[in-house]
Ligand binder design. Sequence first.
Ligand code: NAI
Ligand code: MG
Length: 492
Amino acid sequence: MAKKKTIAGLKFNGGWDYAAAPESKDHIRLQKQYDLFIDGKFVAPKSGKYFDTINPATEVKLAAVAEAGTEDVDIAVKAARKSYEQVWSKLPARERGKYIFRIARIMQERARELAVIESMDGGKPIRESRDIDVPLAAAHFFYYAGWADKLDYAMPGARAGSLGVAGQIIPWNFPLLMAAWKIAPALAAGNTVVIKPAETTPLTALKLAEIIQEADLPPGVVNIITGAGATGAAIVNHPGVDKVAFTGSTDVGKIIQRALAGTDKKYTLELGGKAANIIFEDAAIDQAVEGIINGIFFNQGHVCCAGSRLFVQESVADKVIRKLKDRMETLVVGDPLDKNTDIGAINSKPQLEKIRQFLKIGVNEGGTLYQSSCAVPSKGYWCRPTLFTDVSQSSRVVQEEIFGPVLAVQTFRTIEEVIEKANNIPYGLSGGVWTDKGSRIFKITGQLRAGVVWANTYNKFDPTSPFGGYKESGMGREGGLHGLHPYVKINA
Ligand code: NAI
Ligand code: MG
């Protein structure tokens, strides 16, 4: 989308226009309708039901997708069980590793196709799906493929066995990447999988099903079934599932935790967040501003670890906020397939409504709302980059996860004050600190009750690094060595 605007504070002779640079979608093959991927084949759902997935940037339907009912879930879990008992758990570990490597390599070969479909189905900018989601997804398969035949070294002194069937439910913000986070460690540890992508973004998971076929994985090792919450609940509650892995909202996480209480199913929950991104007066301010932008506007703010609460030391607050507003003016909102785009489409209409609701709540609570002045397309779901000042610890826009491009800004004077404020929240997933002082970094990272704290950077991910939360942000870790543990039975 071309960008026309004057940039407040900075003089660019009336602003710059970028020529459109759209990524081609001519090479993308999408079927009109997708069935369930069970036991190595695409099969029609017993439920007989299908639902549409649309492109949130255009509101145009992309495909109809099967809705798995309880009977379909049962068939998928049984296929996973049979394949676990008869094939996968009997394979030498290094053979399992070869299959996982193969998936990683085919993902790389088909990276462009995956990136374009990810952006079309979910609204994220192609720059992100191309440079982050897809390469990182492949990297997770590569990483865990390497562990498959080294589990005894991963857990020294113990014999690492598999659990059985993993039931996995993933959200819509990083569809392919979350599928990789879930499937790769499960397979490496010798389990089979029934996984459900989110209802607004099922297409890259279905493309992954094609890749799994191409990789010639034994039938039933990975089953990919589509549907909404009821399908997810049927997976969680199926007695044949040995381990549940969920990423999504804290509300659903609580439902799942209640459902699993009293069962012997293992589970991990990656839930919401409301991270503090903390800027000290001695920070490199321009870099910090980039980090703030990346922290909250990456993937439209649909990020569980988004830096959605900004804390700026009072002495530099005016400067940081002015620079932040200038930088927000330069962000390009629009066509996710355009390589110039910084902020794509909001993932769905309900999510846009939720964000708008929070904008009203923030204003009604006395917050001052600031949005960049960029144009947004008339069709599709869009939200301009937004920040709130004049908010306090008790404001709902400070306490609750909005999951959109909305930043709540507060100031602080002392390190003790900011630690107290940062931790005074139901969540504890991530955080950021910007300062020139190493000792301050160590103090903050030691005292923030958050699973990940980035120092002088933000939103950096790597398959070798564990990720997960405290408090209502969930339990268990994914990624790295830690990410193997939930899929392993010790001394089985
Ligand atoms: P959600 O938690 O309902 O959806 C996540 C996944 O769980 C989807 O695959 C969904 O089909 C499935 N699901 C829904 N209900 C289920 C149930 N009872 N049992 C098992 N699986 C179930 O999230 P939703 O409704 O799409 O988004 C609502 C809010 O949740 C967002 O506005 C955002 O604040 C938060 N959210 C947070 C995420 C995170 O990674 N922290 C990811 C997605 C949403
Ligand atoms: Mg969609």
